[in-house]
Design a protein around this ligand. Structure first.
Ligand SMILES: [Ca+2]
Ligand SMILES: [Ca+2]
Length: 333
């Protein structure tokens, strides 16, 4: 908490990038949420886990139509430069990423989403590559939603959303339990992770709540050096849970021997043996590194699951985070 979710997202631009406390507008390295672009109307939500007063929202919309990318660093590596010069402003469907034509800031009144009253906005027309500030008389909200309408033939996303209120930090602890059934920031007790291969970093890095899509980060488990065609990572919940989805944050540094697996699958424990979870909806269809890969399936009860990775040998798979969703995971989050 706070937890970000959205109507959809591109695998390399998940909602968490828009609440990581940073904003920049170049495409590589990414720091952005971008929906898949199938629909002009999309939404992005921030869930505080309990009602909190807010009086200001700042939205940092993307706009990739500028001629060149922002300078990434004083001396960026060549691969990063070439990546930044690709037309990465285009979504999977080839849509350019620009500021939306309009947006609504909404809260739930318990049964429906309503506009936050008496908003003052600057600028009045949504603009990319800058803060779009809305101020309003303080409201207590548990979840704030941004409903975004993009222009025809375009897609709109966020580098960051900020919400401000009269309370001072740190925020009080959320009342509702964390939705991620795998989350264990201490590495002690349950949920407990294990793996078929000991990497150079303990496997507990995959359920610490931190995702790192950065080649230099060591906050990832890697199977580099494995002799196996497949390796697995297990999440033991320590008791029965209803599970309906897994987000696999794949990491890779291709010049150093890691890559996205050729495929991945999910097994559940039925008390006596491992069985393959049937009828999984995968997004993206083929595993993608430095991206959130999602598996969604009918809710099932189990005490532990395994994620099985078939390596793109000789390159090994690597994982930065595994998120396991409970009974309501219907959509990618
Ligand atoms: Ca961000
Ligand atoms: Ca992690």
């Amino acid at each position: 908490m706070p937890r970000a979710s959205a109507s959809s997202f591109q695998p390399q631009a998940p909602p968490s990038w828009a609440v990581d406390g940073q904003y920049w507008y170049h495409a590589a390295p990414p720091n952005r949420w971008v929906p898949i672009g199938a629909d002009r109307s999309t939404w992005f939500e921030v869930d505080f886990g309990q009602a909190r007063p807010i009086d200001t929202v700042k939205l940092y919309f993307l706009d990739d139509t500028d001629a060149g990318p922002d300078p990434v660093a004083e001396d960026p590596p060549m691969w990063l430069l070439s990546k930044a010069q690709e037309p990465t402003g285009r979504a999977a469907q080839g849509l350019p990423v620009v500021a939306p034509v309009s947006y609504r800031l909404m809260v739930s009144n318990g049964s429906e989403w309503i506009d936050i009253p008496a908003q003052q906005r600057w600028p009045r027309i949504p603009a990319g590559r800058r803060a779009n500030v809305a101020t309003f008389p303080s409201v207590r909200v548990e979840v704030v939603r941004v409903q975004i309408v993009s222009g025809p033939g375009t897609v709109s996303g966020l580098s960051e959303i900020e919400t401000w209120g009269p309370e001072t930090a740190p925020a009080p602890e959320p009342i509702r339990p964390v939705a991620n059934l795998a989350f264990n920031p201490t590495g002690q007790g349950f949920p407990r992770v294990s793996a078929s291969f000991d990497g150079d970093v303990p496997v507990t890095v995959v359920n610490d709540g931190e995702s790192a899509f950065n080649s230099y980060s060591r906050k990832r488990w890697t199977a580099a050096g494995t002799a196996n065609e497949r390796d697995w990572i297990e999440v033991d919940f320590g008791g029965s849970r209803t599970v309906s989805g897994v987000d696999l944050h794949l990491w890779a540094w291709e010049s150093r021997g890691t890559a996205a697996p050729l495929e991945w699958s999910v097994d559940s424990w039925n008390g006596a043996s491992w069985i393959s979870v049937p009828d999984i909806h995968w997004a993206p269809a083929r595993p993608l590194a430095m991206a959130v890969n999602t598996a969604r399936f009918s809710p099932l009860n189990t005490s532990k699951i395994r994620v099985i990775l078939r390596h793109a040998s000789p390159r090994a798979s690597a994982v930065s985070e595994i998120v396991v969703w409970g009974g309501e995971a219907g959509q990618p989050r």
